[in-house]
Design a protein around this ligand. Structure first.
Ligand SMILES: [Zn+2]
Length: 321
């Protein structure tokens, strides 16, 4: 079909440097014919679950023998690079935060029950699995119960506890840990060309390299650094809670509460690791509650909300003295 010529080419994915062990495990099981029919990969967002899953799906559909990664030249690879390999299905919500509905799952099931068009593997990637609603989960379950040969379902999940327990029990679950910080820093410094900024951003992103890259490229890094500076100033008494609240009221509360919780987490696991401060946990609860109000769409005065939070924040450290 002629319209393919104008399509943007898709590049083949490679696993990231901190994914070597998981990748090696995939390749060994593939070579030994021990792949399950369904696997669920879990981990934090921002560490490349989609990347390794895509790389593996592509490796399965590549027809070159004995290649560690998809070769990029065979017919299977060319179909993938053109973005239309008939035996690869990716199911994701149409919009972020929306559900994966039953119809696309049913279409996938019918596709998986037929012979592969290219004669090899049939692969489906479902991301994230927690986006499936009850109906789509039930529809998927049928196929997990009656697997067809040379079929692999790869489910990704950032919150596996939100995936139906029956589905989880039918999958081989593997979790990808947070990357080793030296590897993550080296990678981020290479991609961004700025070692210092890479180290700093990686810390802000709690060790999640792709999230850190997102911050560096998306421009929200500066906003976030300013916000953390504000938190520090209040903590050290250099800025009044009211003054800090004034600077916050025009910003996105939900986003800032998320940053604040993240900051607390780093504080508790870093600087205050050896001198735990119970008031920190109470405060963290307050942030969570505040976030609940904000997300519920309640009519909250942001100035008051932030004033109260910053007053409490100051108390966290006063009580210790
Ligand atoms: Zn190939």
């Amino acid at each position: 079909m002629a319209e393919q010529e104008s399509q943007e080419p898709i590049s083949l994915a490679l696993p990231l440097p901190w994914q070597g062990t998981m990748w090696q495990g995939f390749i060994e099981r593939l070579d030994q014919g021990r792949l399950p029919h369904a696997m669920m990969l879990t981990g934090s967002p921002g560490i490349g679950l989609e990347r390794i899953a895509t790389a593996f799906a592509q490796r399965l559909l590549c027809t070159a023998e004995l290649s560690k990664y998809a070769c990029g030249t065979c017919k299977g690879c060319q179909l993938m690079m053109a973005g239309n390999h008939p035996d690869l299905t990716v199911l994701a919500p149409l919009e972020e935060g929306k559900a994966i509905l039953i119809d696309p799952v049913r279409d996938l099931m019918s596709k998986l029950s037929k012979t592969a068009q290219q004669g090899g593997w049939k692969v489906a990637l479902i991301t994230p699995a927690e986006a499936m609603n009850i109906n789509s989960s039930n529809a998927l379950l049928k196929s997990l119960e009656e697997p067809h040969g040379k079929t692999l379902l790869i489910l990704l999940s950032y919150r596996p506890s939100m995936v139906s327990a029956t589905i989880r029990s039918r999958c081989q679950v593997q979790s990808l840990p947070l990357p080793d910080s030296a590897k993550a820093t080296r990678w981020l410094a290479e991609v961004s060309g700025d070692l210092q900024l890479a180290e700093k951003t990686l810390e802000i992103a709690s060790g999640r390299p792709l999230l850190a890259l997102d911050y560096m490229q998306g421009g929200s890094l500066e906003l976030r650094q300013n916000f953390e500076e504000l938190i520090n100033q209040v903590r050290q008494g250099g800025l009044s809670p009211m003054g800090a609240a004034q600077q916050c009221q025009k910003l996105n509360s939900d986003q800032m509460l998320d940053w604040f919780m993240n900051y607390l987490h780093r504080l508790a696991t870093g600087e205050l690791q050896n001198s735990p401060n119970p008031a920190l946990f109470d405060f963290s609860d307050k942030l969570r509650k505040a976030r609940g109000w904000v997300l519920s769409g309640s009519n909250i005065n942001p100035q008051l909300l932030w004033e109260e939070l910053f007053i409490d924040w100051l108390q966290v450290f006063r009580r210790r003295g």
